[in-house]
Write a protein that binds this ligand. Structure first.
Ligand SMILES: Cc1cc2nc3c(=O)[nH]c(=O)nc-3n(C[C@H](O)[C@H](O)[C@H](O)COP(=O)(O)OP(=O)(O)OC[C@H]3O[C@@H](n4cnc5c(N)ncnc54)[C@H](O)[C@@H]3O)c2cc1C
Length: 504
């Protein structure tokens, strides 16, 4: 943690008294102009940073705070984001019901384009090695006469970001500054050198540089509370000298937008949608197919960097054949197909057709993927990081700046939104009780509420990843097969797991 100066712990001193205190103090004539002062400055305009701004603006208690957000990217482009109704971005997240409830509460959900959002009510998860399976739905908690309850809601990240920007814009521009196309070049602790000015010796002071056309971005601003929502390489975290622990998984997540063929057996009720995830220990991680509207789906396939490079090098028909094979074939067949020459006379599709005839298909196979939307196949390195703490004097971290987890349970962004819900509540509490929003005592409430749940979910995803990357039929495969089978047969354990994943 950065060294805490004496004044970080000192209560506010009014201007009149400060004239007396500062009278005999040494001053430097070369001190540059005073920075603009803000109550809350948020670095990062991803879902977490924008979520925090929207929440602060939505509450009558915090809406009058002077707030600023700094984002390197062009937020006007994010606000104007638009795609054809049958085209979907490849960066998609599943929102848990508690994230949806938070977005509704701050008035952001109304700004989502709901025609581009897809709920699902059932999730089929199975082990490609042992065949053991588990289904996640709420049927154990609802009667057969009720509509099935939503497990999660799929939304493109761009749709969510645009909705948050629209909600912020709706709150007006009084006391709000959005510095888009601007990057934080450096952050340092302010000083107390001007007797007539405020004591900034504990305040973070940010130097901002434009990265593109930007109107009236000030050069320096000071924050009573500085929030790092600035992603995995958080400059705010570095300023606060907060260390992280973690590792790279040595895996990449391949994403793509796919069109699906029809299911052999239509779902009942017709509106019921299913997400599918199959663990592929021999290939280094799970493949997941999550539903989007208009019979589309988003793919997240976690695998080794070599397999990821191979998959990305394939022609579209071969790529589709590999995706369909990954949900249907045995591990040995898949390992063979992953090494097939892309110039051989036998195509991946021929190989899949031939091998499918000799394979007993799992009962929960998704509909076949029939097309890949152009330009959507991409990959991201998968990593685990957890900050040693989320707060330090006048600093708080939220979202990926605080924690980055394996995406196999689709929880990263949900944890970020839960952080934001908690931090905005903490700030509301401080304002309504006359407390300093940057004070460590104020911020401890946020940290104590969020640290353990995030560690628990991040740790569970890490454990699942490790268990499901042990190939073969050894004791680990036996244990995980037994574990899945037992959980699937115990409704109260399953219900407990689902409630935990939901954030309740
Ligand atoms: C393959 C994959 C699939 C995933 N699927 C899911 C899922 O299904 N569900 C889920 O909940 N999560 C999922 N996640 C995780 C989720 O995408 C992230 O947790 C989430 O996007 C993080 O949001 P954030 O706002 O914290 O950070 P980011 O989105 O990284 O935003 C950080 C922002 O800070 C800005 N910034 C950085 N430095 C500066 C600077 N110096 N000055 C100004 N601005 C700066 C950046 O430009 C960026 O806009 C997935 C992740 C991956 C890789």
């Amino acid at each position: 943690m950065r060294p805490i100066s004496r004044s970080a712990l000192r209560p506010h001193v009014c201007q009149t008294c400060r004239h007396g205190i500062g009278a005999g103090r040494r001053r430097f004539a070369s001190q540059s102009g005073s920075p603009d002062l803000y109550d809350v400055v948020c670095v990062g305009g991803g879902p977490a940073g924008l979520g925090l701004m929207a929440a602060l603006r939505a509450s009558p208690i915090t809406s009058k705070l002077r707030v600023a957000l700094i984002e390197t990217q062009d937020l006007t482009k994010a606000q104007a984001w638009n795609l054809e109704p049958t085209q979907y971005s490849n960066r998609v997240s599943s929102l848990t019901p508690s994230s949806v409830a938070f977005l509704r509460q701050i008035g952001a959900y109304d700004h989502l384009d709901v025609d581009r959002v897809q709920d699902y009510q059932d999730m089929q998860v199975w082990d490609g090695q042992t065949g053991s399976s588990i289904s996640f739905d709420w049927s154990m908690e609802t009667s057969p006469f009720e509509d099935p309850r939503t497990v999660a809601t799929m939304t493109e990240n761009a749709n969510l970001v645009r909705a948050l920007l629209r909600r912020i814009a709706q709150s007006g521009d009084e006391n709000l500054s959005l510095f888009s196309n601007s990057t934080v070049a450096s952050i340092e602790t302010g000083s107390d050198l001007k007797p007539e000015g405020p004591d900034l010796s504990a305040w973070p002071v940010l130097s901002i540089k434009p990265t593109g056309p930007s109107e009236s971005t000030p050069k320096r601003i000071a924050a009573r509370l500085l929030v790092g929502a600035d992603g995995i390489n958080s400059p705010v975290r570095s300023f606060a000298d907060i260390s992280t622990h973690g590792w790279d998984y040595g895996r990449h997540g391949i994403v793509a937008t796919l069109a699906l063929g029809d299911l052999d057996i239509p779902p009942f009720p017709a509106s019921k949608r299913t997400a599918y995830q199959r663990f592929l220990p021999a290939l280094g991680g799970p493949i997941a197919l999550l539903p989007l509207p208009n019979n589309h789906a988003t793919l997240v396939w976690s695998t080794t960097p070599e397999n990821a490079a191979y998959l990305k090098s394939l022609s579209t028909p071969s790529f589709l054949a590999m995706v369909n094979a990954a949900f249907r074939l045995e591990m040995t067949d898949l390992s063979y197909m992953m090494g097939m020459s892309s110039t051989s006379d036998i195509s991946h599709q021929d190989e899949l057709t031939w091998r499918t005839q000799h394979t007993a298909l799992p009962s929960q196979v998704p509909p076949p993927a029939t097309a890949v939307q152009e330009g959507t196949v991409a990959s991201f390195p998968l990593r685990f990081r957890h900050a040693a703490q989320y707060v330090s004097p006048r600093v708080a971290l939220v979202g990926d700046a605080a924690h980055v987890i394996h995406p196999l349970a689709g929880q990263g962004l949900n944890l970020g939104l839960a952080d934001v819900a908690s931090l905005s509540k903490t700030i509301q509490y401080a304002v309504s009780h006359g407390m300093d929003v940057g004070d460590l005592i104020t911020l401890e409430r946020y940290s104590s509420e969020r640290y353990l749940p995030n560690a628990k979910i991040g740790g569970a995803c890490d454990l699942l990843h490790k268990m499901y990357t042990v190939p073969g039929e050894g004791p680990v495969a036996w244990a995980r097969s037994l574990g899945l089978g037992v959980v699937d047969r115990l409704p109260f354990v399953k219900s407990f797991l689902m409630k935990n994943a939901e954030g309740y």
